[in-house]
Design a protein around this ligand. Structure first.
Ligand SMILES: Cc1cc2nc3c(=O)[nH]c(=O)nc-3n(C[C@H](O)[C@H](O)[C@H](O)COP(=O)(O)OP(=O)(O)OC[C@H]3O[C@@H](n4cnc5c(N)ncnc54)[C@H](O)[C@@H]3O)c2cc1C
Length: 504
């Protein structure tokens, strides 16, 4: 939800107004927030847009094979750019192109899709949109809580229900919570100064601010940070609790409370939790299109060459072992026995798979780096989707004058319910529940039907007059990323004290 950072949509200086004028990933006005993550404040968007490209390879090395382990977005961007430079990427993929940008179809209506991993992408991610635009993909605003694309939002906490079509419809308490968060990050984490430095791409200033914050912030959990802030201390526990449930940007963040506050600061400094768009047809389209795309003007490779054509249509299989040959090259062994050696290997799978799923020669990394790999902390995450016959939630309840069902944030098991419309009278999708960490683990032992039953039960308590179940068609789709052996978790989020591991 954009309570904390929201500007009215009609404000022509707002990011959303500028983006609407220029298209996603492009800015009509000057100085937008970009993904200048304070750890790596490199302007990848400008490098990608540079007429000279990303660099060049000495002529004698053109055509050299480089292994890229993982066919998710990182692996495919790596392989795509290596191919453009005139090298020969060899992509290894254990399952399917896309990785955590995984889009599932509902079998009864295959054009109706659900994004099981990444689903909403901030416009500050300029390098991401460089590829989205290059592949000609269509995007639209994601229906986050209280965003302009969301016709109504319900916040239900401790059995009390608040219906809002815009942030101003909520009681003043929620504004106080948002103001407390704004004050906490301004007073405790130089938020305004950091965003100003990001806008002006002043990397020296970004690093100065970040380096000052690191020693104290690396010791602090997200919860410790807000509890210690003047703003939340004065406001009291109810505000902290509601902040955990409703949060900022996309919704509740309390399952993140044990993580390092540094993780949260990276998100808010770079507007990563704001101005989200989805990819029409599903996020997996992006890696799939990169796989098929034939860029023009490549070094070494003839026109029409694509990653797919370099691989005769499919990537290599799952990697089982990585070791070093006596001549210094890296040897990659596949699950079913094929071996090859390379001067360089790029791994893009979750890093702790290097010890748990791939036999990685211990000598390849110093002990300190192995410690860092082992200590990586991954969040759990679960999503459950159902297809419904039509976007019935837009029907008006004659008794209240409100929409029947709204984007919902609740402290019940579901936590967040999103409504994904495919047009009037078209089958639509409800993301019944999207959860992280402890909340995701509560679903882990249940199968898809059991999950849906419990989720519908929660929604029935919030919307007693709405029969959601009678609109469901086909089978539900559910995922728990921590249960998938190729991922073993959803995304990395460091705990306090872990910054040293990240630096390694
Ligand atoms: C539930 C969820 C929600 C998310 N929401 C968002 C969002 O809304 N917005 C956003 O920007 N990001 C989101 N993310 C994060 C985003 O999806 C990831 O950052 C991104 O997809 C990671 O891409 P990657 O290529 O780095 O890694 P991955 O996609 O994990 O790719 C790694 C690849 O390595 C492969 N692999 C693993 N082991 C082997 C092996 N032994 N041999 C060969 N291949 C192997 C895997 O199959 C996989 O394809 C979300 C992630 C999840 C899980």
């Amino acid at each position: 939800m954009t309570i904390a950072t929201e500007l009215p949509a009609s404000d022509p200086s707002s990011t959303s107004a500028r983006t609407a004028a220029a298209g996603p990933g492009l800015d009509a006005g000057a100085e937008p927030i970009t993904m200048l993550n304070p750890d790596f404040p490199f302007s990848y968007d400008l490098y990608l847009a540079h007429p000279d490209g990303l660099g060049s390879v000495p002529p004698e090395l053109l055509g050299t094979e480089i292994a890229v382990i993982g066919g998710g977005l990182s692996g495919l961007v790596t392989a795509y750019e290596l191919m453009k430079l005139g090298l020969r990427p060899v992509v290894y993929e254990a399952d399917r192109i896309g990785g955590r940008l995984r889009t599932a179809s509902f079998p009864a209506a295959p054009e109706v899709v659900a994004d099981l991993g990444g689903m909403r992408f901030p416009v500050s991610g300029k390098a991401f949109y460089h590829y989205v635009n290059l592949m000609g993909l269509e995007t639209e605003e994601f229906p986050n809580p209280l965003s302009p694309a969301t016709s109504s939002t319900v916040i239900e906490l401790a059995g009390r229900k608040y219906y809002a079509e815009k942030p101003a419809d909520l009681p003043p308490f929620f504004r106080e919570v948002a103001d407390a968060w704004k004050a906490a990050i301004n007073d405790g984490a130089a938020f305004t100064e950091m965003q100003q430095a990001i806008r002006t791409r002043d990397t020296a200033r970004i690093k100065d601010l970040w380096n000052d914050l690191l020693p104290q912030m690396d010791e602090q959990t997200f919860y410790g940070f807000i509890a210690a802030s003047d703003a939340f201390r004065k406001a009291g526990f109810a505000h902290r609790e509601a902040f955990g449930q409703v949060g900022f940007g996309t919704g509740g963040w309390d399952t993140d409370f044990p993580n390092s506050i540094l993780e949260i600061l990276r998100v808010v400094y770079t507007d990563a939790d704001d101005q989200h768009r989805l990819i029409r047809g599903g996020a997996q389209k992006l890696p799939e299109e990169l796989w098929k795309h034939a860029p023009s003007g490549m070094a070494h490779w003839p026109e029409g060459t694509s990653l797919a054509s370099l691989h005769s249509g499919s990537p290599r299989g799952a990697v089982d072992k990585i070791s070093r040959d006596p001549d210094g090259k890296l040897r990659v062994l596949e699950r079913w026995g094929r071996e090859a050696s390379y001067p360089a290997v790029v791994t893009t799978c979750q890093s702790w798979l290097l010890s748990t799923r791939i036999h990685t020669d211990e000598a390849l990394f110093p002990a300190e780096l192995w410690t860092a790999i082992e200590r990586s902390h991954y969040m759990q995450s679960s999503k459950t989707f159902v297809m419904v016959d039509r976007p019935f939630w837009k029907d008006i309840n004659p008794d209240t004058g409100n929409e029947l069902l709204s984007m919902t944030l609740t402290d019940r098991l579901n936590r967040a319910t999103y409504l994904l419309d495919n047009g009037p009278d078209q089958p639509a999708v409800i993301l019944l529940s999207y959860t992280w960490n402890d909340d995701a683990l509560k679903w882990l032992a249940l199968d898809a039907d059991e999950r849906v039953e419990l989720m519908l039960h929660s929604l029935m308590l919030i919307y007693p007059v709405v029969d959601i179940a009678c609109h469901i068609v086909g089978q539900p789709i559910t995922v728990s990323w921590e249960a998938d052996p190729i991922f073993m978790g959803a995304f990395k989020a460091n705990l306090p004290g872990h910054y040293r591991y990240q630096q390694r």
